[in-house]
Write a protein that binds this ligand. Structure first.
Ligand SMILES: C[S@@+](CC[C@H](N)C(=O)[O-])C[C@H]1O[C@@H](n2cnc3c(N)ncnc32)[C@H](O)[C@@H]1O
Length: 197
């Protein structure tokens, strides 16, 4: 199933988690066996299915704003026999995050893979929703290397790159989080919410 989705994504230009980052995501879910997973950026459901196959008892709450993507994701979760383990939100992630934070939802594992320029805006919500000891796994934090590049950033990417830099420094300075930054593919951060405060 995952191979089929990967081939579809490649053929149709759907950006799914890359090979090594996907393996790491799988490994973390397998090791930690989270019960509740939140994902921002469902696309066609590839990473969702990957995480649920690693964390056998987990329920996935996943957010996607694109009509076409969410329809494909729904079909793919169904074909994988995972419909009853998935809650799909079809709207802008910030709207869902506001709602979930009001209802006091908590998660053991969060996969952040939506609009890169919004990561900094999502962070306070994600932190509030992450259980102590839980993990925030963020993908593409270096945005094709531009985030680490010195000098002038092309105008069209400037605000996205600045926002990712703000996200990275917010993680670095957050005393509740213990963050590891990995130079793997497009860059990954893995933040653990410290168990004691
Ligand atoms: C990199 S793709 C996700 C890939 C997926 N996690 C995987 O690895 O299989 C990012 C997805 O986030 C969605 N997205 C972008 N901005 C969004 C927003 N503001 N709210 C919700 N979804 C958004 C895009 O439509 C896209 O499908």
């Amino acid at each position: 199933m995952l191979e089929k989705l990967k081939a579809y994504a490649l053929k149709n230009g759907v950006p799914i988690v890359r090979e090594e980052s996907g393996k790491l995501l799988y490994k973390e879910c397998e090791k930690r066996q989270p019960k509740r997973i939140l994902e921002i950026g469902t696309a066609i459901g590839y990473s969702g299915i990957l995480m649920l196959s690693a964390a056998k008892e987990a329920h996935l709450t996943t957010i996607e704003k694109d009509d076409n993507m969410i329809n494909l994701a729904r079909q793919n979760f169904d074909a994988a026999g995972l419909t009853n383990r998935v809650t799909l939100y079809h709207e802008d992630a910030i709207v869902t995050l506001e709602q979930l934070s009001i209802t006091g939802e908590k998660f053991d594992f969060i996969f952040l893979d939506g609009a890169k320029g919004q990561y900094i805006k999502y962070l306070p919500y994600l932190k509030q929703m992450l259980n102590k000891g839980g993990l925030l796994f963020a993908d593409d934090i270096y945005f094709h290397g531009l985030v680490k590049q010195e000098g002038i950033i092309p105008h069209k990417n400037r605000s996205l790159v600045n926002n990712l830099r703000k996200f990275i420094s917010a993680l670095e300075s957050d005393k509740d989080l213990e963050t590891e930054f990995l130079d793997l593919e497009d860059g990954i951060s893995i933040s653990r919410f410290k168990a004691t405060k």
